[in-house]
Design a binder for this molecule. Structure first.
Ligand code: HEC
Ligand code: HEC
Length: 376
């Protein structure tokens, strides 16, 4: 991304480390490099919004696997009252291996956000600060200024150079660079779930969890998108191949974004989330490029999914069991699910899987083994 001459191993001040311990995330702070430590401080700094009060960590809380801890809202509220975005905040664990957004044979791969409108973690981290429905800063200069007068300005200088604050454009990019480094750190990529210990031969899965894994990899078709084989880097599976599908998720009538006033939501109740296709259309791509992608969303990881309710891009399903029942019966007459929000490009790999109630429960039990920090 960018090369700077400052070594990653520069020792952090003791006061800083003490501050980190007080922040309450249990993983050992000492395992982080200085750049990652800086990224963590930026990530949890509630002074970087306008007005103060909201950090990245407010909507990506470690207690809910870095997803939005507000379970009562299907989407996320911004720092200003009554401002909400159109989408649900997913976990941001295990994104370290996501490739940059790129066209591939038959479609696209990688990127960040449900529609991958950010190419990678670095590009993504520049956006929430300036999003009027999120942290609501008027410009980059203000964000840099807040960092400069903050408690960890010295660490920022240590990592990016003594004159780093002289050029606020470069400094803003460095903020994003440090945050991305934290997101790639072991703290968000722990690989210590029950399933990981099972892969290492240290624990057994229960009969029900074993049945769930078999269904995930077979009759349920889940593995086709939430892949259970390791990526090319040799890490354990991250349960996504970073591609896109429209799985026919219905509109969520309870999404408060529909009632947001002009000009924040010009479409009002008529708002349709077109996913990847909408992003490509906004980029000026011709219909033959964007139409086949309408309604497609980035495959989310299902690691930590037991902690990240509600589910789907619009938070329409509050329970994991409902998600499984949806995959199983979407196309079954009388199943009661509303029609897809976007009726084109709907995947038919799932929708009528013929799973019994017991098999649905086994799938849920298996996914519950994917939560970090398992204690045997
Ligand atoms: C107001 C709540 C809120 C704040 C604050 C916020 N996010 Fe998010 N985040 C979301 C939502 C909602 C999404 C999904 C949005 C979308 O896909 O369009 C998201 C998506 C992401 C993703 C992509 C996840 C994926 O699976 O593609 C990353 C990475 C991320 N946020 C990191 C950050 C960082 C870094 C910050 C601070 C600079 C931040 N977020 C601040 C709500 C928030
Ligand atoms: C064709 C690809 C595909 C298949 C097959 C598939 N999924 Fe998904 N899955 C997705 C996509 C895409 C989403 C997000 C859709 C959206 O929000 O519009 C998703 C969402 C989910 C979510 C919600 C995650 C979150 O953070 O909100 C869970 C849980 C899940 N899938 C589990 C499963 C299970 C279990 C199976 C097998 C029964 C399965 N999936 C089969 C592509 C797939």
């Amino acid at each position: 991304m960018k090369s700077r001459s400052v070594p990653e191993s520069f020792p952090a001040g003791t006061a800083l480390l003490f501050g980190l311990l007080l922040m309450g995330t249990t993983a050992s702070a000492s395992a982080l490099t200085d750049k990652q430590t800086l990224g963590k401080l930026l990530f949890f700094d509630t002074d970087l919004s306008s007005p103060d009060g909201q950090a990245c960590g407010s909507c990506h809380d470690p207690s809910t696997a870095f997803s939005d801890p507000d379970k009562g809202l299907p989407v996320s509220g911004g720092v200003l009252p009554l401002r909400v975005g159109p989408r649900n905040a997913p976990t941001i664990t295990y994104l370290a291996t996501a490739p940059d957004f790129a066209p591939i044979a038959g479609g696209f791969i990688g990127g960040q956000f449900w529609d991958s409108r950010a190419a990678n973690l670095f590009e993504q981290a520049k956006l929430p600060f300036l999003n009027t429905l999120e942290m609501h800063n008027p410009n980059r200069k203000l964000v840099v200024h807040d960092v400069e007068k903050g408690e960890y300005a010295d660490l920022f200088r240590q990592v990016y150079g003594t004159n780093v604050f002289d050029n606020y454009e470069a400094a803003y990019n460095d903020i994003a660079d440090a945050i991305a480094a934290f997101e790639r750190s072991p703290e968000l990529n722990k690989f210590n779930s029950k399933f990981d210990l099972f892969l290492q031969g240290e624990v057994d899965l229960t009969t029900q969890e074993t049945e769930g894994l078999a269904i995930f990899n077979g009759k349920g078709q889940c593995f086709r998108c939430h892949v259970t084989t390791p990526n090319s880097d040799g890490d354990p599976p991250v349960f996504t191949s970073f591609r896109f599908a429209n799985i026919g998720v219905p509109r969520n009538p309870d999404n408060p974004f529909y009632s947001l006033l002009l000009p924040l939501n010009p479409d009002g109740a008529g708002f349709v989330d077109d996913g990847l296709g909408g992003f490509l259309r906004d980029m000026g791509e011709p219909p033959e490029v964007y139409e086949p992608q309408l309604g497609r969303m980035n495959f989310p990881t299902v690691r930590n999914v037991a902690k990240t309710s509600p589910y789907m891009h619009n938070g329409v399903f509050p329970e994991l069991k409902t998600v499984v029942h949806f995959f199983n019966t979407r196309d079954v007459l009388g199943s009661g699910f509303d029609p897809p929000e976007t009726p084109t490009n709907v995947s038919t790999v799932i929708g009528n899987l013929g799973l019994t109630e017991e098999e649905e429960n086994a799938l849920v039990a298996f996914m519950e083994t994917l939560t970090d920090d398992y204690e045997p």
